[in-house]
Design a protein around this ligand. Structure first.
Ligand code: PAZ
Length: 322
């Protein structure tokens, strides 16, 4: 595919992808961490939600100097991970750091932490009294999740890291059966350059423009839903910029991959409006003008709705087992 024409890209299947690409160096170590986390909460019969967040990169060289990035600030995933659930957060770790739960309120891209501090009369420094109440509330929630060990954080950079980790994590979580929810909010690249087709070293300039040929990233949602985690409750996100395509493309994804919910959102309105699409329904979630003015976040409406639907999914499975 050239960047202006996506007619004829090669499509490889997920198995071939995993056979022809190297797993990330930290995969085995991360699998051990995930197994411990999942076993501990599974023994206590707790539900676990895997949240994927942020964007993946596609390197242009094996010794990577340049890469193509997928848009996501990581707000959706980081915000969702602050709700009281048992969470395995799988977040992008890029040159421009993706937002993280709790610290996102004070991130460099939004606020400079120094603005929240003040010099006291005794020469010590502390949090300005103006910001203390809000910071205290965030700190209490942060300390609580640390004490209860309810959040495990794993990171990825490239689309390859993401795919290997997703396969491993969902296979490990499949022991939870219906008690696992997969909330796939990361913006995953659709196109990539296979390792064997990439130059080893930095692409040299001086020869005019650069034409890229990219393959299509294998559609991993299908094997995930069918084989890696077949009994889990899977929610994927669909991002579009053209409103005319949004619902049709989301419905198409549901039929193609056979999972439970697609959350459709548009780039410009994603923070105040989404549509939850199932095979037989469409449910709009929207913030009112008053809620926006109060600083309410749309995830405060998305997460309880999904928890309700996941509980229903578990109940239906329990009834079917009787
Ligand atoms: O991270 P963010 O809040 O800036 O954006 C969230 C989002 C738009 C990446 C997410 O809601 C989403 O739609 N993810 C899936 C993107 C896709 O269609 O691949």
């Amino acid at each position: 595919m050239s960047l202006l024409d996506n007619g004829s890209s090669e499509v490889i299947n997920p198995d071939t992808y995993f056979q022809t690409h190297k797993p990330p160096r930290t995969l085995i170590e991360n699998e051990i961490r995930v197994k411990e986390f999942v076993n501990k909460h599974n023994e206590a019969r707790r539900k676990i939600v895997l949240i994927t967040s942020g964007g993946t990169t596609v390197p242009l060289e094996n010794s990577t100097v340049r890469f193509i990035d997928n848009f996501s600030a990581g707000t959706r995933g980081a915000t969702s991970a602050e709700y009281p659930l048992i969470i395995l957060l799988f977040d992008s770790f890029q040159v421009q750091f993706s937002l993280q739960p709790y610290s996102r309120h004070y991130s460099h891209s939004k606020n400079c932490f120094l603005d929240f501090m003040e010099l006291k009369s005794d020469g010590s420094i502390g949090v300005s009294s103006k910001y203390s109440p809000k910071m205290k509330a965030v700190l209490e929630k942060y300390q609580e999740f640390k004490k209860n060990e309810t959040l495990l954080f794993l990171d990825f950079v490239t689309v390859s890291d993401y795919l290997f980790l997703l396969q491993s994590v969902t296979k490990i979580m499949s022991v939870l059966k219906e008690h696992a929810m997969y909330y796939l909010a990361a913006a995953v690249s659709d196109f990539f350059i296979p390792a064997q087709k990439m130059p080893q070293h930095k692409i040299q300039s001086g020869g005019g423009g650069l034409t890229l040929t990219m393959d299509q990233v294998p559609k991993f949602l299908k094997p995930m839903v069918m084989y890696w985690a077949p009994r889990g409750f899977t929610v994927s996100f669909k991002l579009e910029t053209d409103p005319a395509l949004l619902v049709d493309k989301s419905r198409h994804a549901l039929t193609r991959y056979g999972h439970q919910i697609v959350i459709a959102n548009l780039l410009d309105t994603r923070k105040r409006e989404v549509i939850l699409i199932t095979r037989d329904s469409e449910f709009q979630i929207k913030l009112t003008e008053d809620e926006i003015a109060e600083g309410k976040e749309i995830e405060a409406k998305i997460i309880p709705e999904l928890v309700k639907r996941h509980d229903e999914w578990i109940r239906n499975a329990d009834n079917a087992d009787l």
